[in-house]
Design a protein around this ligand. Structure first.
Ligand SMILES: *[C@@H]1O[C@H](CO)[C@@H](O)[C@H](O)[C@H]1NC(C)=O
Ligand SMILES: *[C@@H]1O[C@H](CO)[C@@H](O)[C@H](O)[C@H]1NC(C)=O
Ligand SMILES: *[C@@H]1O[C@H](CO)[C@@H](O)[C@H](O)[C@H]1NC(C)=O
Ligand SMILES: *[C@@H]1O[C@H](CO)[C@@H](O)[C@H](O)[C@H]1NC(C)=O
Length: 507
């Protein structure tokens, strides 16, 4: 059992600096940065140019406004700002394009609206899983006139409690000005979590229920774009059936504008199951908005084409490959990447994970291979679509048909197939270890079949050379056998931030 160490039972004092922590509020600054383009900030250069006002019939339109009040945004997103979908007839397609995530315990949404002159509306809902959620109820009639005074309407999203699931909801509001045939369709997307218990307590079994390719395509129909908008450039990573390209995405309205993108796709020999898995797993972070998360933005699922998944580009690519590159360079240039840089990366990952935990999303496959990095050393967590194919050494079959990231998994996940934010914390500890070792494989000498027994006996990965004790103590806490004893992501952010500051002070 080389390269491993046996831990004592991690005691209460295990997380230095975490003692006596207030329950810290979510980091508003990070959220603010992540949502900046979404807010009606004056002169925000990054915000897309407003499109022509579609509601405006003449110079003086009906002055329709529809928004989330400051209280509502604070309650749902944790920011002090109003969020306008329509402001004085001007539609914010950008705000509408987000499918906001609604946690289980949030059952009501409130919209504020009014119009200066007569505007008729029709309101409708679609729900993709009626077993898990009742049809939404509203306290206005489904057809009528937009009120002339500032009014609020309430949408009730109640889970049935019969099935645990995420539910996609589409709220459609059709506005008609002046009884003409000319109307505007506004689509609001929400992703509602219907789970019976709260984040850290919530235990999810790995869902092996098979989804057909048709169903998987159906779930991403609303973010499908035309194949013509994508140009493929270099292959960044290649597996036996999957590939990641550096691609160029052409703007929908202005073909002269383009954005760089990651394009995940499959080769000819990919099976239907592999294609289905790529599409389903790509949706893990959909509807989430945080500067340390990289969710899917589009898909291309045209007939006769290999399906493609599109994500925003990060120019230094995969974090695991980046760390390994650093390791090679380190031999000649020990200053290539500092310990402080590595801790800063860990903080960013913990921030992204903290956000996920608050949104009740369990990642289930956090690892350096499922993060990306850019030249400002900004790190983002992404989904694990294609990772089994691109990093086959990091996944193992334990006698069943499922290929699992055994070396990153908490004991309860390995043995009982139970996943929670606490098992994500375990994987975070391993990811921190990957950072400090510049991308080494954890437990490399241990037979994957022996992992569970090995962990039960109290063995863990050894302290990396040059890794300060304080930092190893943080990892070790993440590997407490009892999920309740592991730190929360918010505590990890706090504790790593203090450590990062201390490193700065010593340099
Ligand atoms: C709808 O109204 C807009 C703005 O006034 C106008 O440009 C457009 O032609 C109208 N469309 C129809 C189908 O009447
Ligand atoms: C809104 O208009 C679209 C397009 O005509 C139509 O398909 C949809 O059913 C309408 N929705 C409602 C709620 O009336
Ligand atoms: C709908 O409910 C909201 C919140 O409970 C309330 O503020 C609003 O006045 C209600 N609207 C109507 C039309 O009843
Ligand atoms: C609405 O239609 C009436 C006639 O049908 C017209 O006189 C009036 O100018 C129109 N108002 C707007 C705001 O277009």
């Amino acid at each position: 059992m080389r390269g491993a160490a046996r831990l004592g039972r991690p005691g209460r004092s295990c997380l230095p600096g975490a003692r006596g922590l207030r329950a810290p509020p979510p980091p508003p600054l990070l959220l603010l940065l992540a949502l900046l383009p979404l807010l009606p900030a004056p002169g925000a250069a990054a915000a897309p140019a407003p499109r022509p006002p579609e509601l405006q019939s003449a110079s003086a339109g009906p002055s329709v406004s529809l928004y989330l009040s400051e209280d509502e945004v604070r309650r749902l997103i944790g920011l002090d700002a109003e969020l306008y979908y329509v402001r004085n007839d001007l539609i914010s397609h950008y705000a509408l394009s987000f499918s906001l995530l609604v946690p289980s315990e949030t059952n009501f949404l409130h919209f504020t609206w009014h119009a200066k002159s007569k505007v008729e509306y029709k309101l409708g809902f679609q729900v993709d899983n009626v077993l898990a959620m009742d049809m939404p109820q509203v306290n206005i009639s489904v057809q009528g006139e937009v009120p002339r005074t500032l009014s609020v309407f309430r949408v009730e999203l109640s889970c049935t409690g019969k099935v645990d699931s995420e539910v996609m909801i589409l709220m459609q509001l059709n506005l008609t000005v002046n009884s003409s045939k000319n109307f505007t369709v506004l689509n609001f997307k929400r992703r509602k979590m219907c789970y019976k218990s709260y984040p850290t307590l919530r235990i999810e079994k790995n869902d092996l229920r098979s989804v057909t390719l048709l169903e998987a395509k159906g779930k991403v129909k609303d973010i499908a774009i035309s194949r013509e908008r994508i140009t493929l450039k270099d292959v960044l990573q290649e597996g036996t059936f999957g590939r990641i390209f550096h691609g160029i995405l052409i703007d929908e309205k202005d073909p002269n504008k383009e954005k760089q993108a990651f394009v995940k796709t499959v080769k000819d020999q990919a099976s239907e199951i592999q294609v289905t898995m790529m599409l389903t797993e790509s949706c893990k972070l959909r509807g989430l908005h945080h500067r340390n998360l990289l969710p899917i933005t589009h898909v291309c699922i045209e007939e006769g084409e290999k399906p493609m998944v599109i994500l925003p580009y990060m120019n230094w690519g995969n974090l695991k490959l980046f760390l390994r590159q650093c390791k090679l360079v380190e031999a000649n240039n020990p200053q290539a990447i500092s310990q402080q840089d590595l801790v800063h990366m860990a903080i960013q990952i913990a921030c992204g994970m903290s956000y996920l935990a608050r949104r009740e999303v369990i990642h289930k496959d956090l690892a350096a291979r499922n993060c990306v990095i850019d030249d400002t050393l900004q790190v983002k967590i992404t989904d694990n679509a294609l990772s089994r194919d691109l990093f086959p050494m990091d996944y193992h079959c334990l006698g069943d048909n499922e290929n699992r990231p055994v070396r990153w998994m908490a004991l309860e996940s390995l043995v009982n197939n139970e996943f929670s934010s606490a098992s994500d914390v375990w994987a975070f500890g391993v990811t921190l270890w990957e950072l400090m070792t510049l991308g080494q494989t954890p437990y490399v000498d241990i037979d994957p079949f022996e992992m569970a027994a090995y962990l039960k006996d109290g063995y863990r990965i050894a302290q990396p050379i040059n890794c300060p004790d304080e930092l190893f103590a943080v990892m070790a806490c993440c590997w407490a056998l009892d999920p309740e004893e592991r730190p929360k992501f918010q505590q990890l952010v706090q504790c790593l931030t203090e450590f990062h500051a201390a490193l700065g002070a010593y340099v």
